[in-house]
Design a protein around this ligand. Sequence first.
Ligand code: PHE
Length: 352
Amino acid sequence: MSFNHRRVVVEQGRRSGLPIVVAVHSTVLGQAIGGCRLASYPDWRDGLDDALRLSAAMTEKAALAGLPHGGGKTVIALPPGRVLSPTERRDALHDAGDVIGGLRGAYATGPDVGTGPADMVTISERTAYVFCRPAQAGGSGDSSPHTAAGVLAALRAVAAERFGSPDLSRRSFAVLGLGRVGTHVLRLLAEAGATDLIAADVDPARRAVAGKYGATWTGPDDCLTAEVDVLVPAALGGVLTRALVPRLSCSAIAGPANNQLDDPATADLLHERGIRWAPDVVVSAGGIVHATAAELHHESEAQISARIDGIGDTLAGILSAARETSATPAAAATRLAGFLTSERAASMLAAC
Ligand code: PHE
């Protein structure tokens, strides 16, 4: 595989001793952005792989959302079963902050799986290049409700394309993953009047959340294969596998989980089965749209909401381009992102 990243730093945290990976995939359109993931990996190299893949996806996500940013990602890789004490956590985040600071603004971080706004304050004790600190600490706060708002806009676009109306009230959904974003998505679907809701999470304690929004609780596998209009992956990546495709009973898939496909070729299998897959890089952009608009451009919440609703228009454009060219939505999105992030497009934009 060819090396396509701008810069990848792997360092042993000075305080924590943990491997800290910061992958900067592209800065063609501007500063790279992407969250800081704190997660366990069987081997630290799996964390490196994750950072490489996720940072490349962030480049597409930022470009397709029309942001003047590239993609990056930080991974703090924990050995299996390792739980950090509050002091160790602070040390690890300070270590990540030092590595990020060493890039002198080429990359800025934010929350991701395993981290939240309070952790961004800790990172900001070492570097200024941090989004989503709580409002009282000068940031734009938790990005997850905004990511969820973008998912809703995407679900309306999918419903319009697939069922002829953006109305979600008579549609059924299976939400896999009731973490921060998934819970907001479930709430918004309930508020939109969706009739049939199914939800699952690997953590049995999330069952109460499903109940609160009137969703039927199932195991993760039953959720994935449920007979619903739209499957909404909102947990970790890699859920859409070659082996799963023949077992799916949904008409469309659209959710905020990053890197949903285990392999790019799975998009073709979904297409052959007539299942519409909305590329996750488009669906999940609400968080970075909100954070950059609020913190860098000081836009009003109304302006930002309009931008987040624009995720639906972008997705509608990609779905119709795919239909017209008999391509998969994945291929249409990759093609568009490839054009937007090319040096040629960047210089055209700079000349405008
Ligand atoms: N986890 C966010 C994402 O994947 C990362 C992020 C949010 C980065 C907000 C910067 C600002 O989109």
